[in-house]
Design a protein around this ligand. Structure first.
Ligand code: SF4
Length: 189
């Protein structure tokens, strides 16, 4: 199966100290040579099978993470690399940090470490290829993509805690504003 022999990866660094990002890039150098397993690094989500995320997800980068995920074709797998991507790590609890990557998109594999070692990252990618192959087999059997790949992730607005603002929230906020408006303001509207 070609997807198993040569999966393409896309990598996004959310923030944090960049340590895991550097280790991820080390995997692509001749020293660790991820390409020897047939793995190709791409900058285009539409060409990628494996989404590798390092760093903490925060309110600024949620839309980027979701957009990359949504643009990837099915089947796809997601790997959270490092403790920041898994839980928020040492930045957990900061005003703009959401927590782990799985608050935002479905995650298939967690690679531990602070920073995650290149050997562990490569191991995680190799294991994720089996998951990718399983998802491909399920799709071939007619399972709908939403059941195994999470489907389209709504990209809407988020509040300062990273929580998605639903239509109901927006309506409630509008009503609240209307209650506080003076008759002159209402007239202007
Ligand atoms: S897990 Fe550690 S090394 Fe990796 S980005 Fe977070 S703080 Fe940096």
């Amino acid at each position: 199966m070609s997807i198993k022999k040569s999966p393409w990866i896309i990598h996004y660094d959310c923030s944090s100290c960049n340590g895991c990002d550097i280790e991820m890039l080390a995997c692509l150098t001749p020293m660790y040579d991820l390409e020897r397993f047939g793995i190709v690094n791409t900058g285009n989500p539409k060409h990628a099978d494996v989404f590798i995320v390092t760093g903490t997800v925060n309110t600024q980068n949620i839309p980027v993470v979701k957009q990359i995920y949504n643009q990837m074709p099915n089947p796809k797998v997601v790997i959270a690399v490092g403790i920041c991507a898994a839980t928020g790590g040492i930045f957990r609890g900061c005003y703009n940090v959401v927590g782990g990557l799985d608050h935002v998109i479905p995650v298939d594999m967690y690679v531990p470490g602070c920073a995650a070692r290149p050997e562990a990252i490569i191991d995680g990618i190799m294991k994720s290829i089996d998951i990718l192959a399983e998802k491909q087999a399920a799709l071939d059997e007619g399972v709908v993509p939403e059941e195994i790949c999470g489907g389209y992730i709504y990209e809407g607005e988020h509040d300062e805690h990273g929580t998605l603002i639903t239509d109901e929230d927006a309506d409630a906020a509008e009503e609240e504003q209307d209650v506080g408006a003076t008759p002159d303001q209402e007239e202007q509207e």
